[in-house]
Ligand binder design. Structure first.
Ligand code: AMP
Length: 129
């Protein structure tokens, strides 16, 4: 599997260098990689809420699902195919899993870089809390 990303890429593209997930993608902050593709990177959540809890992020900064436009179509497709790959690697494909995009305060969104939570490994409830 490829490493986190090209060091300095986030800064070179004009992204604020205080973005936590840009720094993880750039390899400036360590992470536990799960999958890596040209446009996305997947790593384990530092505070897992499920037996499997992986975050899939675009390498290029996008603030959140609320700022996605049609121009992001390709990277969004890759975000989901990477999530499928993560589910396969985590042994979740057959049993099911949940994909979560938190947006804004009420959803407790805490990191301002688009990230897809891949959650699984136990039976869940609906609706979430
Ligand atoms: P959200 O609440 O949707 O913004 O999710 C942000 C997620 O990022 C949380 O589940 C955090 O546990 C996770 N997180 C924060 N810092 C790190 C980090 N350094 N490495 C991996 N995951 C992190």
């Amino acid at each position: 599997m490829a490493g986190p990303g090209t060091s300095g890429a986030a800064v070179a593209s004009g992204i604020p260098n205080d973005c936590l997930f840009c720094r993880i993608v750039a390899g400036e902050i360590p992470s536990q990689a799960v999958a890596s593709t040209p446009r996305t990177f997947a790593f384990r959540d530092i505070a897992p809420t499920m037996p499997s809890h992986v975050l899939v992020v675009p390498r290029d900064h996008i603030d959140s699902a609320a700022t996605v436009t049609a121009e992001h179509a390709e990277v969004l497709a890759e975000l989901f195919t990477t999530a499928q790959q993560v589910a396969e690697l985590e042994g979740l494909t057959g049993r099911g899993y949940r994909l979560v995009l938190n947006v804004g305060d009420d959803a407790l969104n805490s990191v301002g870089h688009l990230h897809l939570h891949v959650l699984g490994g136990r039976r869940m409830e609906w609706p979430p809390g």
